[in-house]
Ligand binder design. Structure first.
Ligand code: EPZ
Length: 420
């Protein structure tokens, strides 16, 4: 397993190109199952999660090619049952459920296991599909959904902590081919849902209100092939912005969408960063005195849970007490104990992490545990004095395209150490 070896203390300087969004492209790849015609998706990031989803589509019988960021999919002959075991290995692939149900009128997938950040239930996904007329059976670790036909319905998808992103994606995709009108209430408002809806509408779907809590879908008989360019990855952009502030550098985020980053940029300013909007890019500068910050993660357009770990790393550098409260997932503080190995002072009190920042961090070997926790460890290592080795960076490769190369281009002393 590969590691990153980082020698901290270098302010990041220069320009980084933001890749296509992982959390937009995964549901969009699932959506290509809704038509037998060819779909072409551009600005697809080179990530292991994308490779994995391509494997799943191929296991279902689709022809899939991925060259230089362009993905071509032709799901003409869908086989009944693909290698559904793969679902358990990557939760994001649960969003094949809706398209397969809509296209084949049945689907059987392994239940996505939990992961380090939480139990990751799919009750809202199943509630939505049942509302459209699907029968749901769960047995021996698999969930099977089937329906002779799908009927448009009013579906309330709000859960105990708010909307579900992939749940909204699943119901949205199934509803495109249902008979009649579906109204999804308490839908997720993330930009990735808007991007999926744009792709589905390009395929001939009739979707209105994506990005708002109420989405209306008028079912159509069938969908045709389409071309689409994926939106930039707001979490990758936020991660590099946090690294710029943490190292006291100045980074131009080429292609970043400031309209997707409102809450993140607000908190980066509050902690002491300087953010400038330019045409087609954002410049984020550190270098000043950092100030403590209070953050609570919320559904979009609130502060994103996927940026919580990265801002915790920055808060460790800000003299004073920061309080970071995680409201979306039940255990998303795995990075805290590893940050403490670098000298951070963090106390976990229920859903909140109390960070006593300001003491300089010093490099040490640390263990990545999940995608965004790993990003936090890289940020802290870039700011710490001395050497930091981040182990198990395969977590990072799931969601960041060639992160070490992008950081090297910004002047960071970071290298990938191949593991056994
Ligand atoms: C998406 O996951 C993202 N993944 C996650 O990003 C992100 O953290 C999450 O949305 C929240 O923004 C992808 O898009 C591939 P949810 P998703 O359903 O859709 C509860 C990353 O680092 N819930 O919105 O699986 C759930 O337990 C990843 O890129 C139910 O209770 O998340 C959680 O507490 C990590 N029942 C909350 O809702 C359900 O049926 C939000 O989960 C579904 C979810």
């Amino acid at each position: 397993m590969d590691s990153f070896l980082i020698e901290g203390g270098v302010p990041l300087k220069g320009e980084v190109l933001i890749s296509g969004s992982k959390n937009a492209v995964l549901p969009i790849m699932a959506a290509t199952l809704l038509t037998a015609e060819t779909c072409v998706i551009r600005k697809v990031p080179d990530l292991s999660d994308v490779g994995f989803m391509a494997k799943i589509l191929r296991s279902l019988g689709a022809e899939v090619s991925l060259e230089g960021g362009t993905l071509t999919v032709k799901a003409e002959k869908l086989s009944g049952f693909g290698d559904y075991e793969l679902i358990r290995k990557m939760r994001g692939s649960i969003c094949i459920l809706g398209p397969l149900l809509a296209r084949l009128k049945e689907a059987r997938v392994s239940l996505p296991g939990g992961c380090v950040i939480g139990t990751r239930p799919i009750d809202l996904h199943l509630k939505g599909l049942q509302a459209l007329g699907a029968a749901v059976e769960v047995d021996s670790g698999y969930v099977r959904v089937h329906a002779p036909k799908l009927d448009g319905q009013m579906v309330f998808l709000g859960g105990r902590v708010g909307p579900t992103v992939l749940g909204t994606a699943n119901i949205l995709m199934a509803a495109t081919l249902a008979e009649g009108v579906t109204v999804i209430e308490s839908a997720a408002c993330e930009p990735e849902i808007i991007d999926l809806a744009d792709f589905l509408n390009a395929m001939g779907a009739k979707i209105h209100g994506a990005g708002s809590p109420t989405i209306t879908v008028t079912g159509v008989k069938e969908l045709h092939g389409a071309e689409h360019e994926v939106i930039p990855d707001r979490i990758e952009a936020g991660t590099f912005a946090a690294a710029a502030v943490a190292t006291g550098g100045e980074v131009i985020l080429r292609g970043a969408r400031p309209d997707h980053l409102g809450a993140v940029l607000d908190k980066l300013r509050e902690v002491g960063g300087v953010v400038t909007r330019n045409a087609g890019s954002l410049t984020v500068r550190g270098g000043g005195v950092l100030r403590p910050v209070d953050i609570t993660t919320m559904p979009y357009s609130g502060f994103p849970t996927d940026m919580q770990a990265q801002l915790m790393a920055v808060a460790c550098l800000a003299p004073g007490t920061s309080i970071i409260t995680e409201r979306i997932f039940e255990s998303r503080f795995m990075h805290a104990s590893e940050l403490m190995r670098l000298g951070a002072e963090i106390a976990i009190e229920g859903p909140s992490a109390i960070v006593k920042g300001g003491r300089p961090l010093s490099g040490a070997p640390v263990m990545a545990s999940d995608l965004r926790a790993s990003a936090a460890l890289v940020i802290a290592g870039l700011a710490a004095g001395g050497k930091t080795q981040v182990n198990r960076v395969y977590h990072l490769d799931r969601g960041y395209e060639r992160m070490e190369l992008k950081l090297q281009a910004l002047g960071a002393r970071i290298s990938r150490v191949p593991g056994e």
